[in-house]
Design a protein around this ligand. Sequence first.
Ligand code: ZN
Ligand code: ZN
Length: 142
Amino acid sequence: MEGSCNCGAITVKVTDSELFTRRRGHTCRCINCRKTAGSSFATNLIIENSEFKITGEENLRVYSDPKTLSGTPVERYFCGTCGNPIKSVTPLYQGKSILKLGIFGKIPEPEWESFVVNRQKWEKPLEGTTQYKTKSFGEKLE
Ligand SMILES: [Zn+2]
Ligand SMILES: [Zn+2]
């Protein structure tokens, strides 16, 4: 799976072979993800750093986002030219990154949804996904 930012300066290639053989990734409706995505939710994939490769890395800029639920800053990487979100990194997920899936043509069917308390009235839960009230792996809905 390969994708690039709007201007094409940054390309991300994912080598994980299980991407489409099972559910992968999650949606997130935390305020920070929504703002970063410019949308009602973000599609994210938590992945080992060894399972993807970024080209054009010198074009990446980073915003250290201090306003997180955990209080641990999240490093938000984006394209310095076009501003396209690429990945986030948090010490909570050692050796891993959170890829922003919007840059890929085909997005795996999500495994879970986080921060569903922020879901809009007109949005429905995605069938077959685990529903986390707020953070991933935290308290479940129902
Ligand atoms: Zn770009
Ligand atoms: Zn989020």
